[in-house]
Design a protein around this ligand. Structure first.
Ligand SMILES: [Zn+2]
Length: 203
């Protein structure tokens, strides 16, 4: 991928839980830092798992980042010297993030977003379909299906929690392939209930 100079560019890293989206975001941001580019990272404040000041991947890699309440706060917090903007958990922002990313890229910034492309029912999640459409580059990560070991593209909910925004610390979800995916929990009723550690309502 060519992101040299000041040409704007939008990248989306999507996939299910446990597919390494945050790791990939962190990896790209680290490379940009090595190239001496100023980086800023944002995430929705709704995601308060682990740490307010870091994006934390499941493998415990950390990157300092700014929690924001909405898209407007991203735009108002970007410094003049910033060349690369990372946005984690992009699925939790409203549709205005699409226009915001276009604006930033048109101003010459490189924007890298990571987010769940599908919710626990397998439906497109929030603004992700539009972001995938306008992106210059798309990476669809796979996880591993915990049932059969095939590549997984779905986030299987393991509880009866029905909010789309269940901020998963891991134990409320597992990765599944299409054939093992059971959004209605029809085959899960025999399992013991697993508590959801953190939950939040949709704004
Ligand atoms: Zn499977």
């Amino acid at each position: 991928m060519n992101m040299r100079g000041h040409h704007g560019w939008i990248e989306v890293i999507c996939g299910p839980m446990f597919s390494g989206k945050s790791e990939e975001l962190i990896r790209r941001l680290r490379l940009a830092q090595i190239a001496k580019q100023r980086v800023q990272i944002f995430k929705p404040a709704i995601d308060d798992r682990y740490d307010e000041e870091y994006i934390t991947s499941h493998s415990e890699q950390k990157f300092l980042c700014t929690p924001v309440a909405d898209v407007e706060q991203i735009l108002s917090n970007i410094r003049d010297t910033t060349r690369v903007v990372g946005i984690d958990e992009a699925q939790f922002f409203d549709e205005s993030i699409v226009f915001a990313c276009e604006r930033l890229a048109n101003r010459g910034l490189r924007v890298i977003l990571a987010g769940l492309d599908q919710d626990y029912l397998g439906n497109p999640f929030g603004p992700m379909p539009q972001l995938l459409a306008i992106a210059d580059s798309v990476s669809k990560n796979h996880a591993v299906c915990v049932v059969c070991g095939e590549p997984a593209t779905k986030s299987q909910r393991l509880t009866e929690q029905s909010d789309q925004v269940v901020v998963a610390s891991g134990e409320a979800y597992e990765a599944r392939c299409r054939s093992c995916f059971d959004p209605d929990l029809s085959e899960e009723s025999a399992r013991p209930a697993i508590p959801v550690s953190k939950a939040a309502a949709t704004a």
